[in-house]
Design a binder for this molecule. Structure first.
Ligand code: 5GP
Ligand code: ZN
Length: 112
């Protein structure tokens, strides 16, 4: 999608501090971190949110979770939180599916 900031990051059209990249996934540090370590893992293909996922995306989303877990460990996180916001009132501000990985501090529950 031409006006999507995460599509532009995925395409290398705007810069991001990347931790990982392959043919279908990219991970980069969040611009406005909400924890000492906070990065995002996204599909390169544009998917709006979880409701846009089809059966064919199941393996891709599984890879995103595995990559998030691997990168968390690689960056010294034993404990961390995965977050996917879906819809504006749930906190989604960028409408391209992304997995938040947050760690390095104690997390509260329930989330705000
Ligand atoms: P959401 O609120 O949609 O769940 O999360 C979007 C996240 O993307 C936010 O944590 C925000 O700080 C981050 N973000 C928005 N624009 C950019 C950007 O251009 N670069 C990076 N690295 N992060 C961004
Ligand atoms: Zn996009």
């Amino acid at each position: 999608m031409s006006d999507c900031i995460f599509c532009k990051i995925a395409a290398g059209e705007i810069p991001a501090d990347k931790l990982y990249e392959d043919d279908e996934v990219v991970a980069f540090w969040d611009l406005d971190p909400q924890a000492p370590k906070h990065f995002l893992v996204i599909p390169k293909s544009h998917l709006r949110d979880s409701s846009a996922l089809s059966e064919e995306d199941a393996a891709l989303i599984g890879r995103i979770i595995r990559i998030g877990a691997h990168l968390a460990k690689e960056n010294g996180l034993d404990d961390y939180r995965f977050v996917v916001n879906n819809g504006a009132s749930a906190g989604q501000t960028v409408f391209h599916f992304h997995l938040h990985v947050l760690g390095g501090r104690v997390m509260g529950w329930p989330p705000g």
